[in-house]
Structures are given as structure tokens and as C-alpha cells.
Design a protein around this ligand. Structure first.
Ligand SMILES: *Cc1c(COP(=O)(O)O)cnc(C)c1O
Length: 369
């Protein structure tokens, strides 16, 4: 079964224009930040219907810079669900702030208003909602309280490019929002990420920070004998090589969105009524699903049985509060701990056919028998 499209848990999908786009940048000799990156930013902003988007090197650094530009640093506490990719937590730690782990809803695997509210402390300065599987997180019931306490929201929308909430795209709701354009995300640059800033001033600050705190653009620097380092910064720009991939992918996004929704629905139908299995809901009608997750009993057994059948199952995610790196901030999170032992993600990428889904579903049924 090697070579079957369900052998991989996830993989990028190429439409055909990517190679040519990368070759053009290669030939140009300009691999850093440049005009192609700026065209990609403009294209993503137009897609989302927002004023501006700042492209960066990864989703992780998008979160890091978004938190930093929002003034988060040492001594601040940032609420984040434990049920997320470790990148969300490392980005918080990179600012010098302290993660405060929150529980998640057992049906959506997202931390909603209730779970966030339970995690608030007097030291809370920011909340990082994680849009698990692509599902938008609506914190409207908490908005007044968070606002009154000057607590910033920085959305980890790494899974949720193209998803909608209340009729608008995630990223277009006025929140500081971070996307990842890593290899297996809904939209890929090979590697990359973006921040949707809340103001022109915030956009300018992030643009400076992603280029080592230098005031001048690479173009301006080339024409000048000096440059100005005006504040903190990282090497976090998006290479034109990566931007070219994203630019080639973006026009095909509607096709990607449909394929992912269709695949998700096919899985849900194929697994409907299988005893013991619980599908993690992503609100498929409004979302562009980034994975298909289920909770199963005897997860280790099911995982091994499926892997032995050449099926690329995964675990998204081992809870972060149980990781050695984050042990200092551990506290009991019984729901997350139970889910952490039951979670399983099935192969999910647009190259998969309906027949592939049936094959995987049959193997899941077999493993649970
Ligand atoms: C992928 C991912 C990130 C990090 O994005 P990178 O581009 O890989 O740095 C952050 N949070 C979540 C939930 C992710 O899935």
C-alpha cells in the first residue's frame, strides 16, 4: 500500500504553476524580502477583504511578533489551550511571557468563552485562541470583560485560512490574527506565515520587526550608505521564493476549500455510527477543514493497527502541559488529558479520493472490532 495517497497524514497539493513561479525568483537573484513578497501580502489582504497583511517566515514567528507588537513580554500571562501544536506555546515563551494552559471543549477541541474564562487570572494580558481543525472561535461573550481588562486577543489561525465566522473570513473580524503557510496548511508557501494587523501603525511596527528592526526596506538599503536599527527585531521576513509558491496557490484556493470540505463530509459519513468513535466537529459549513480528527478508545492499538496497514494516522496533539519544556506551568486539565489519550487524526489532504476515505474508514472499523 506504499505510495497510496492515504499513506501520508497530510501533504501539500500543487496546482502546476508553482515551479515556474519559483524558477522566476531563482533567476532574479533576489531571494530575500521583495516585490513578490509584497504582491503576496496584497493578494492575501484582498482575499480576506482586509486593509493589510504582513507576511513573515512562519506561523510560529507570526505569533511571536503579534504578541510582541501587542506589548506582551516578561511577567505577562498568556492563556492558550494545551490542546494545540507546541508552536503556539513556544511563541508565547519566546516573548518572555508565561503560558497559562486552558482546557478545551470536548466536542470541538477549542477553548471557548467558558474555558478561557476559567483560566483568567489577575496577571492575564493576552489570550491565544487556537482554531483547532479550522473552526472559528467566537469569544463574543467575553469581549467586554477582556476589553475592560485590556487583555489582547491574538488568534492562532494556523489551521483556519479561508474559514468564516459570522459571514466574514477569519482574520477579517478586527482581531490580531496569525496564519501559517507551512507545507501542510490550507494555503502553503512551502514555509511561511502572516499577521493581520489591527492598524496601519501596528503593520509598520511588525514590518520593521520582521527585518531585524531596520527602518529601511532592502531596496532602500541598497541605495544608501547606512541603515537605521530603530527597535527590536528578528530575521523573520518571508523569502520571495516562498511568497512565489503562495501567490501561485492562492487563485486556486476556492478549489482547495471545496476539496477539503467534501473530504471532511465524506469521512464523517463513512464513519457515522461506528461504535466507540467520536468525530471532532469543525463546523464544516463555515470552515475550510485542515484535518479530520476523531476520538477513539484504545488509541495506541488503533494507531498501530492503522499504521501497520499503511495508513498515515497522526496525533494532533499530545497535550502541551504534559511536555517537559512546559512542566513549570503544568496544572491539572482532566478534559485535555482524557482527549490526549483518545485523539487520532486520519489522513487528510486533497489528493485523497472517496475510495481512499472508504479504505481508511474500513480499516478504522476493523481496528475497533
Ligand atoms: C502549524 C501551526 C503553527 C505554526 O506554524 P509554522 O508555520 O509551522 O511555524 C502554530 N499553531 C498551530 C495550531 C499550527 O498548526
Amino acid at each position: 500500500m506504499n505510495g497510496a495517497s492515504f499513506a501520508q497524514n497530510a501533504r501539500p497539493f500543487l496546482y502546476g504553476g508553482e515551479e515556474e513561479a519559483v524558477q522566476a525568483v531563482l533567476a532574479s537573484g533576489q531571494y530575500g524580502h521583495g516585490e513578490v513578497t509584497e504582491r503576496f501580502e496584497r493578494a492575501v489582504a484582498d482575499f480576506l477583504g482586509v486593509d493589510d497583511v504582513v507576511a513573515v517566515a512562519s506561523g510560529t514567528v507570526a505569533l511571536h511578533l503579534a504578541l510582541a507588537v501587542a506589548g506582551i513580554g516578561p511577567g505577562d500571562e498568556v492563556i492558550v489551550p494545551s490542546m494545540t501544536f507546541c508552536a503556539s506555546v513556544q511563541a508565547i515563551c519566546a516573548t518572555g511571557a508565561t503560558p497559562r494552559f486552558a482546557e478545551v471543549n470536548a466536542g470541538s477541541l477549542c477553548a471557548g468563552p467558558e474555558e478561557i474564562s476559567d483560566a483568567l487570572t489577575p496577571a492575564t494580558r493576552a489570550v491565544v485562541p487556537v482554531l483547532y481543525g479550522g473552526r472559528a472561535v467566537d469569544l463574543t461573550p467575553l469581549r467586554d470583560e477582556l476589553g475592560a481588562r485590556s487583555i489582547v486577543l491574538v488568534e492562532d489561525a494556523a489551521h483556519a485560512f479561508g474559514s468564516r465566522t459570522h459571514g466574514r473570513y477569519v482574520g477579517a473580524t478586527g482581531q490580531l490574527t496569525c496564519f501559517s503557510f507551512g507545507p501542510i496548511k490550507n494555503l502553503t508557501c512551502g514555509q511561511g506565515g502572516a499577521i493581520v494587523p489591527r492598524s496601519a501603525q501596528e503593520a509598520e511596527q511588525v514590518r520593521r520587526m520582521r527585518l531585524l528592526g531596520m527602518t529601511e526596506s532592502p531596496d532602500e538599503r541598497a541605495r544608501s550608505v547606512s541603515y537605521t536599527v530603530s527597535g527590536p527585531g528578528l530575521r523573520a521576513h518571508l523569502s520571495q521564493l516562498n511568497a512565489a509558491i503562495g501567490l501561485a496557490q492562492l487563485p486556486h484556493f476556492p478549489q482547495m476549500a471545496t476539496a477539503r470540505r467534501t473530504l471532511w463530509c465524506h469521512y464523517a459519513q463513512a464513519l457515522d455510527g461506528v461504535p466507540g468513535i467520536e468525530v471532532v466537529d469543525v463546523q464544516v459549513g463555515a470552515s475550510v477543514p485542515s484535518l479530520f480528527a476523531v476520538q477513539v478508545p484504545y488509541r495506541e492499538h488503533v494507531f498501530t493497527a492503522l499504521r501497520d496497514n499503511g495508513i498515515g494516522v497522526g496525533t494532533h496533539y499530545p497535550p502541551n502541559h504534559l511536555q517537559p519544556a512546559f512542566a513549570r506551568w503544568r496544572r491539572p486539565l482532566p478534559v485535555t488529558e482524557r482527549i490526549g489519550k483518545r485523539i487520532l487524526t486520519l489522513p487528510f489532504h486533497p489528493k485523497m479520493t472517496g475510495h481512499d476515505v472508504e479504505t481508511v474508514a474500513e480499516a478504522v472499523r476493523g481496528a475497533l472490532r
